[in-house]
Design a protein around this ligand. Structure first.
Ligand code: UDP
Length: 362
């Protein structure tokens, strides 16, 4: 009997993770049917369509076109749209990814209809309840049937909350993605030539977390540090649309003048830049891990991280949003590191294990 899965995505990192699992699903025609809902949370072509094209993700059957608005408005409208579709599609599973409003809306809609929920990236915690992502994660995990954890630390976090049933460490789908695209990005992307960059001769940075962008003080500290670093080495910043808007609102455009600011990049260009960068400075979850996979020193401009393994293994440093700490860590990050021994993120076959679990349960 064919098992029907409704997958819910809405934001850039979810497209990337879903690409790995969808590719695996397509290897089992007849056994699994996937119906994709795009909530519309990210809608700019370079934050959405380009990923569907480049990563060969099946076109979503539904697009709810819910973007913008407050967290409540956005989550509420998604909830309404997803519920209607689930009533019609009657899937065996709802598959959700990560920690966005789309994740939470999917979890709530499905669980109230008694449809089992499988959560990819379950169990991650920052222990900072002021992060919208932390609220989304905790609530989504609470109503999930299958908690597909990427690490042992995630399994331990759930155990501490008393969640033991349905918990599996399947490894990190982002590791699958990194292994799959690593060579391709190096061979196909022309971004180094386009931007006139030398291998290991530039710094790559991203900044979009609400805790940084919604605070003028934190964003000023970060941009001022990046601008100082750019005096000695090119600093490439693919600028997230939300950050771009707030830079203008706060009048901080001056700090961008000596940076190489580009539009959000297609995935293969991003992966090519990550591998070639001397140092990566970021507040992104995905980028912290990609730096680790590609053995590039990372500096994380946040007060905490869910990816504690990257810190424990010496490849990542947490510096908050302090100009002084960012510059100190940058000066030290130039020192060579030891090679990564073993992987705390599994074997790069997480998607396959996820599929096995979805075929078993329910
Ligand atoms: N990414 C990309 N282009 C960019 C910036 C990021 O393809 O211009 C990719 C990046 O390689 C990673 C993912 O987007 O795989 C991370 O997404 P994001 O930083 O938006 O979200 P987070 O991981 O923090 O939830």
């Amino acid at each position: 009997m064919t098992r029907k899965i409704v997958t819910i995505v809405g934001a850039r990192p979810q497209f990337i993770k879903a690409a790995a699992v969808s590719r695996e699903i397509l290897k089992h025609p007849g056994a699994i049917e996937e119906v994709m809902i795009h909530t519309g949370q990210h809608y700019d072509p370079n934050m959405s369509q380009v990923f569907f094209d480049e990563l060969e993700i099946p076109a979503p059957k539904y697009n709810l076109e819910v973007s913008g608005g407050s967290h409540g408005v956005m989550t509420g409208r998604m909830l309404e749209g997803i519920e209607k579709i689930l009533l019609e599609e009657k899937p065996d599973w709802v598959l959700i990814y990560g920690d966005t409003n789309s994740t939470l809306a999917g979890a709530l809609a499905a669980s109230k209809l008694h449809i089992p929920v499988a959560h990819v990236e379950a169990g991650l915690r920052s222990f900072n309840m002021r992060m919208p992502e932390e609220i989304n994660r905790i609530l989504s995990d609470r109503v999930s049937t299958l908690l597909l954890c990427p690490t042992d630390a995630a399994v331990d976090n759930l155990a501490r909350e008393g969640v033991l049933q349905g918990v599996r460490n399947v490894g990190d789908v982002m590791y699958d993605v990194a292994k799959y695209y690593r060579e391709r990005a190096r061979n196909e992307s022309k971004i180094l030539q386009v931007l006139g960059l030398e291998e290991k001769g530039f710094v790559l940075t991203t900044c979009h977390r609400a805790e940084n962008t919604d605070s003028q003080e934190r964003l000023t500290e970060i941009l001022s540090a990046l601008s100082t670093i750019a005096e000695s080495l090119p600093v490439v910043l693919p600028l997230h649309p939300r950050t771009r808007k707030l830079v203008v609102d706060y009048g901080l455009e001056g700090f961008l003048e000596n940076l190489t600011v580009v539009e959000p990049l297609p995935f293969l260009d991003m992966v090519a830049l990550e591998q070639a960068a001397k140092v990566i400075l970021t507040d992104s979850g995905g980028v912290q891990k990609e730096a680790f996979f590609y053995e590039v020193p990372c500096i994380t401009m946040r007060d905490e991280t869910e990816w504690v393994e990257t810190i424990e293994l010496g490849w990542n440093r947490l510096v908050g949003a302090s100009r002084v700490r960012i510059l100190e860590a940058y000066a030290q990050s130039i020192e060579p590191r030891r090679a990564v021994q073993g992987s705390p993120y599994g074997t790069g076959a997480a998607s396959q294990v996820i599929l096995e679990e979805l075929m078993k349960e329910g």
